[in-house]
Design a protein around this ligand. Sequence first.
Ligand SMILES: [Cu+2]
Length: 582
Amino acid sequence: MLRSQLFANDALLQSIADDNDRISRTRHSRGDSVRKVQTALLTWDPGALPRFGADAVYGNETAAAVRRFKIEELSVAPAQAIDDVGPRTVIRLDEIQAAAEAPPPPPPPTPTLFVRRDVWTLQSAAPWDPITIAYARAVRTMQARPMSDPTSWAFQAAIHASFVTPANPAWNGCQHASWFFLPWHRMYVFFFEKIVRAAVLADGGPSDFALPYWNYDQATPRNTLPQPFREPTLPDGTPNPLMLPAGGRSAGIQAGGQLRTADTDSSNAMASTIFTGPGGTTFGGGVSAPAHFDGESGMLELQPHNIIHVVVGGPRPAGATNCNVGLMTDPRCAALDPIFWLHHANIDRLWNRWLDSGGGRANPADSAWLTQQFGFFDETGTAVRLAGSDILDSATQLNYVYDDRPTPVAPPPRVTPVAPPPELGAATDQVIDVTRRVTARLVVPDSTRSLIERLSSRAVGAFLAIENIEAERNPGVVFDILLNERRVGTFSLFGIELMNDPDHVHDGAPGLRHTFDAAEVIASLVSMNRWDPDALDVTVEPVPPVPPPGEEPVAIEDLDLPPVRIGRIALFVAEAGPDLVA
Ligand SMILES: [Cu+2]
């Protein structure tokens, strides 16, 4: 029986298949059966009948095509290949036609577990890989959608924060300086990834697409902007939407300059063993109501999260209310930069790694944190809501993992302030402007002199707090803090514009505060015999933007930074107690 819809129930073709008849230039040379044979020949080779096509006439052109078919498809020796249609020709043409008529094979099943990969491992055909090409094409698709579409690039970015007015109620929802920082951004990236994946699938891209992550805390070249974000064009020669126009990112970063380890390092955050609590040295941030930029940031949020934002974005012009320059530096522009999503995938990965490190590390059990819902949009543009308790385990609840499982051994726990609370031991006595490198002496009152002196014994914790940091805008550079010329840490002013913005009802906390664990630096000063309570000098040093490879950094004086003032720098001391982890 002939199987193709084209040949089935054709009495002549069936008769030929049964070797009881023939089509030739003299026999059955016109008619529907001839047209069907011609159609099947065209299925075999669309160029088989270049002049007359399927015209239902068995002339010289069709006869020659049949002969060629026998030689090429049936392996008939040319000398034996006659040009009439016999059983083998009909049966093989029927098979070819049936295969062409069959519905396309089902797409490969969608994986049940997606793997987010290190973007720097996706360089098999450097600089591009099917995953990064798929991401770039999906970004272009989303950018072409109108801002009213929740799955558009502009709408998705505005969910974080936006300059665009009037604001949709679904916009400006990002959670920063809060214990909701990690869960909110996990949900945000999760739904964004679903939207991207739907665009990738519609485009015929990899069905296992997952967002890559950028782990900048590695050796060169991995501490440079991934190559697909620096290429002007895609492999097909079209403009690359992953590369921003000039000024969109810090010029040195865009040119492949290296991030400093001092900025990419996440070890202080990972060493913390508590998710939330007061004091500014927790992993996940202080307890707060849903809001943004008005509470205490967790250590992971401060570094590398905030610092990478500022270092990648670089300085923005004074008064800028658009997203043409330094996108990553301003929360209202940041998610418009395609690298934002790989940065946040990395922060999300570090949360998983932190939990996997053990040592008592755990998410909050408070119902205020677990039940707080946030709203997003799925790949169909439908509004969806998730609560903290819905996203605790990315593998079982959200169907994704990172490619860096299993997690290596836990870093050793640090001295952690538990009880009694740290006491103020010494502090600066005037506001300092840190537009330039500035050194200020900590004043030790008589009342705390013995406390400071006891810091020369190791059994105490010490914290350096940079308090009431004020600026009209983010200068787009980060600041190193040194104690007697030894680096204690780095801070940025990411988000300060939103704290100052009277239009944002949730904002308005007066001045940022950053707290650094200073115990190690003090111990090293003691060991070098350089611990002198009468000469405790704190230096704040703005760090010039990363220069392009092979170039010197610009002088900070040439940058015309906006004023940045620090109200007070204070050294807090926690006397060793039985509750302290030594
Ligand atoms: Cu961010």
